[in-house]
Write a protein that binds this ligand. Sequence first.
Ligand SMILES: CC(=O)SCCNC(=O)CCNC(=O)[C@H](O)C(C)(C)COP(=O)(O)OP(=O)(O)OC[C@H]1O[C@@H](n2cnc3c(N)ncnc32)[C@H](O)[C@@H]1OP(=O)(O)O
Ligand SMILES: CC(C)C(=O)C(=O)O
Length: 578
Amino acid sequence: MSTSEQQDNHSVAQQMAAAGSFDHRKYKAYPRLNLTDRTWPDQVISEAPIWCSVDLRDGNQALVKPMTVAQKVKMFALLVKLGFKQIEIGFPSAAQPEFDFARKLIEDNLIPDDVTIQVLTQAREHLIGKTFEALKGVKRAIVHVYNSTSTVQREQTFSMSQAQIAGIAVQGARWVQEYAARNPNTEWTFQYSPESFTGTEIDYAIEVCNQVIDVWQPIQGQPVIINLPATVEMSTPNVFADQIEYMCRALHQREQVIVCLHTHNDRGCGVAATELGLMAGADRVEGALLGNGERTGNMDLVTLAMNLYSQGVDPKLDFSDVQEMLRVCQECTDLPVHPRHPWVGELVYTAFSGSHQDAIRKSLQFHHDKGLAHWEVAYLPINPADLGRDYEAVVRINSQSGKGGVAHVLERDYGIELPKWMHQHVSNVVQKAAEQAGSEVRSKEIKALFDDHFVAVPAGWNLRGYDLSSQNQQTEATFRIEAAEPIELTGRGVGALEALADALGRHYGVAIKVSQFDEHALRQGTDSDAIASVCVSVDGVDSVAAAIHEDTTTANLQALLSAVGRAAKRVAGLQSVG
Ligand SMILES: CC(=O)SCCNC(=O)CCNC(=O)[C@H](O)C(C)(C)COP(=O)(O)OP(=O)(O)OC[C@H]1O[C@@H](n2cnc3c(N)ncnc32)[C@H](O)[C@@H]1OP(=O)(O)O
Ligand SMILES: CC(C)C(=O)C(=O)O
């Protein structure tokens, strides 16, 4: 490219940037690391990493309204309850509430013996001094010092050379070491982050980290964490994993160094990058509940932990009471939770669509019948009940739903096991209501529709009583029916239903044939209640009804009577006689 072409391109880029035009040519591809002997793709995550929550620091610094001390105490208690053993509690040198919170935890003895607090500081002596002041008297703590090492920050923020920036890191490490030595009653762990690591030339990042490790000398027993942050997520997760594997190979005293990941979610892959980074050799993970944090957030601890859980790996965190976790997070951060948030959103175990509902219903039944050792249910990667969720949310009905879903709701909520031949009839009614409403049809409304359209006795078709006598498999019967004028009919057949069909057929001069019949005990209400469903053909016109009664025979007969009564508007013969 000629110099003038380059100038032209440059000025085009400047103009585009100034105009804010939507033009991808402003951006360039992230450089790949040429790691051809990578081993991470073959690794499997078989145990939980060391977790560290940064909700109270990275999460907090990203809030419109940072948490008050009281909110921080609440969040800290939640994190402890969830099982976090390492918790970054803030940046004590940044603001008085941050300092006060650290003091409160220590002075009020709020830190359980098995929990270690962590604090963040820049590599500046007065801030490090203040940080140690905030930690006075603590049993154990991780002091996390950072400075930015990226090309952009070196050139544009700090105007410093690589050596000068490495000098900040080394000096910061020395200060931390010196201040710690002045407080020997605390068990100290040191942590260093080459902040904006993903914007840093990888060999330079290695150089800086190794200089810090050389100051701290973990080999002499001093625990050291090297945290490799995707401060801004800039690449696909596989590129990040290559970087982590490369770093793990090159760090001094690797056996003594805990390698930690701290990913952000700018490209929406924070969790994926952390997972691949763990496969690439990292030991520890920092993140925030529900992915709170700067910009698009930190890596979501809940998602990562539940991803492990769903693979049969003990996450060493307890999310059995998700509702409580959501409540505290919302109270402390004032941020809503998306209904489709992985694993914990309100709608993530809900199927509205018909084919999903049908598969879930059959799969749950299969799982139950076979008593499978492992959870394998269509569309439900885990059992929602593990997170304290009930099954009501699993199938909800709108116009996208199908007959299987409607049947599922009636069975789940009311113990009504619709026979298969009835599914379509009931679904048609619910579908119409859903289309008219243009929204969800709730369980109670579905039950009301079922009652109105199938169970309610049509006026004039109420069974008042019956007498049966059976001989040689033939039943002779008398039925008392509350028609316009109460009537008494007699009939005969194999069983009571056939006898009633016979009686009605002869009375009205129509041909009545029972084509489908089903009956079962309801598990809800009194034990003896039965539900019967009948499909009859009256002069070739099909009609369906159901009846519920404590006496099974009454339920059967009433279902038949109601089905015939429902056909009355469509069959001439039924209208002409009382
Ligand atoms: C990616 C991350 O999340 S990193 C953590 C970010 N979190 C926060 O910043 C929240 C808390 N921070 C704060 O409240 C403030 O930044 C404080 C209290 C720490 C410092 O406040 P101030 O000194 O007033 O301001 P500020 O942060 O802008 O300081 C910038 C100076 O620090 C230097 N600096 C910035 N970061 C570092 C670092 N990590 N190590 C050493 N020096 C640093 C800059 O070069 C700049 O120097 P200059 O004044 O000579 O130009
Ligand atoms: C301080 C560092 C670890 C940080 O928060 C980041 O890089 O995102």
